[in-house]
Design a protein around this ligand. Structure first.
Ligand SMILES: NC(=O)c1ccc[n+]([C@@H]2O[C@H](COP(=O)([O-])OP(=O)(O)OC[C@H]3O[C@@H](n4cnc5c(N)ncnc54)[C@H](OP(=O)(O)O)[C@@H]3O)[C@@H](O)[C@H]2O)c1
Length: 285
């Protein structure tokens, strides 16, 4: 029997690597994209991929995507909620509209897609995999919108898991550490754009931190795990009869998890001191 999988945000990074890896493995993959050129490229790379237009923030787009999928199959083996952006900046100056955008994509988008496609996730062992993040542990200053979105995502879907009457449905959270994908540059570019419009006060107050974090984030496009590492983990999670509720991948993700066991004042102290030391070292070098 064919196994159909839907992945949101499959135009680049983890989503693209996962779409290709699963299609290679024989899954029939619906790959969510927003641009014609991404659709053409993905479909030319693997015959098992059907790229569909899917903007997770739009009811209309999700409904259209559903109609396309429903025209092909009445059963989905898995939904992979992957589409995401990362918003950064100091809480004191972050415009609320930008915070809303963060939640619109990473949280409400995933819920919108899950609500629509749940009736198709009706196979024994069907599953939703959420691409959460080590950020879900919430210990990273200056990317609090992203952290909050990932924590909220995990909370909503844990409730869904408990509430849902389909005992066979599995919901799994994958929490990668840093992965080398375009998300980092996009995030820094967006942050710089946002803070062009805020007062000089803000820029002066947080200049050192923002410069250091931007530099660090741009380095992440080179020094993280490979998207294929996450794709391989997803492949394994899809094969497991009884997957765990949550998976960490990357040393930094395990570290974040351990930090989350500490009393808050202690983890705050470690994070604050660590950041200060690294900024000082960065200024000297
Ligand atoms: N990279 C990391 O270090 C890391 C670590 C942990 C977790 N994650 C998570 O992994 C997921 C994928 O990120 P990535 O690192 O692979 O970044 P990426 O390469 O920037 O991919 C993000 C994907 O999300 C899509 N997207 C953005 N807004 C969308 C919307 N409104 N509707 C539908 N799709 C939308 C993008 O599509 P367009 O190309 O059309 O914009 C793109 O396909 C995210 O949820 C991210 O939080 C990443």
């Amino acid at each position: 029997m064919e196994k159909y999988v839907l992945i949101t945000g499959a135009s680049s990074g983890l989503g693209k690597a996962t779409a290709l890896a699963l299609a290679e493995e024989g899954y029939k993959v619906f790959a969510g994209v927003r641009k014609q050129q991404d659709k053409e490229l993905l479909e030319s790379l693997q015959k098992n991929i059907t790229a569909i237009f899917l903007d997770v923030t739009s009811d209309e787009s999700v409904n259209c995507a559903f109609e396309t999928v429903f025209g092909i199959t009445k059963n989905l083996f898995a939904l992979i909620n992957n589409a995401g952006i990362a918003v950064g900046g100091p809480v004191e100056f972050l415009p609320v509209d930008i915070l809303k955008k963060q939640f619109d994509i990473n949280v409400f988008g995933a819920i919108r897609v899950a609500q629509k496609f749940l009736p198709l996730l009706n196979q024994e062992n069907s599953r939703i995999i959420n691409i959460s993040s080590m950020a879900s542990y919430g210990i990273f200053p200056f990317v609090s919108p992203y952290c909050a979105s990932k924590r909220t995502l995990d909370m909503f879907f844990n409730s869904l898991l408990i509430e849902n009457k389909n005992k066979n449905l599995k919901i799994i959270s994958i929490k990668p550490g840093v992965v080398s994908t375009p998300i980092w540059n996009k995030s820094v570019d967006a942050c710089e754009q946002t803070f062009e419009h805020v007062s000089q006060d803000c820029r002066d107050k947080y200049e050192k931190e923002l410069l250091f974090l931007a530099e660090n984030a741009r380095k992440n496009t080179q020094k993280g795990l490979k998207p294929e590492d996450i794709a391989n983990l997803i492949k394994k999670v899809l094969e497991k009869k009884n997957p765990k509720l949550s998976y960490n991948i990357g040393k930094d993700s395990y570290f974040a998890r351990i930090m989350s066991f500490l009393p808050q004042h202690m983890s705050n102290f470690i994070v604050k001191t660590g950041l200060k030391t690294r900024i000082k070292a960065n200024v000297k070098s």
